[in-house]
Design a protein around this ligand. Sequence first.
Ligand SMILES: Nc1nc2c(ncn2[C@@H]2O[C@H](COP(=O)(O)OP(=O)(O)OP(=O)(O)O)[C@@H](O)[C@H]2O)c(=O)[nH]1
Ligand SMILES: [Mg+2]
Length: 191
Amino acid sequence: MKHTAEFVISAADESQFPRDGLPETAFLGRSNVGKSSLINRLLGVKGLAFTSARPGCTQTINFYRIDGAFYFVDLPGYGYAEVSRDTSHAWKQLIDSYLKARQTLDLSVIVLDARRGWMEKDIELKSWLQFHHRQYLVVATKVDKLKTQSERQRSLQSLRQGEQEPLLFSAETGRGVREIWQAISKTHHNR
Ligand SMILES: Nc1nc2c(ncn2[C@@H]2O[C@H](COP(=O)(O)OP(=O)(O)OP(=O)(O)O)[C@@H](O)[C@H]2O)c(=O)[nH]1
Ligand SMILES: [Mg+2]
């Protein structure tokens, strides 16, 4: 199914978050894992969300209204060490304020790099979401970069350590798009 996507706002603080009450799916994960690329591929629009080979590309919270019915929310990556301590602190505050205050958040997508698996910050996020009874989905991206059979096996083993089996995705090949949409639609319907 083809979806329509409209960019709504790039929010630098809470006061700029939309207030129309539409439900949201947020994309969270470490810097450079491929959150923005995932959004673009799900919507089939290249360049809708900005992406870059350099970590720290997305610095504000970007809201995209989908089919006039819900939002996709592209967040800055957490745990990017090269930004100055002040900036990194401001981002953390922005992400925290979003997660804590946002009533309309009904699904968080934890985006992992398939080659790295669960990192400390990802586990922290998952624990936080579980503690607050928030629904989440785990996506392992860049699977196209797992070239050999043994790389794929090793990656799968480490990814399976969470309670939820991650959906495998590649922004390059489009693998996983259908499954991820199914999971997102299911959450919206069960609201
Ligand atoms: N091979 C491959 N490269 C990918 C994939 N997804 C993203 N990339 C590349 O990874 C880099 C980072 O992608 P982004 O989508 O900007 O990552 P992000 O998580 O939004 O990064 P921040 O906004 O900095 O937090 C870019 O160079 C992308 O082209 C994928 O599935 N396969
Ligand atoms: Mg980004």
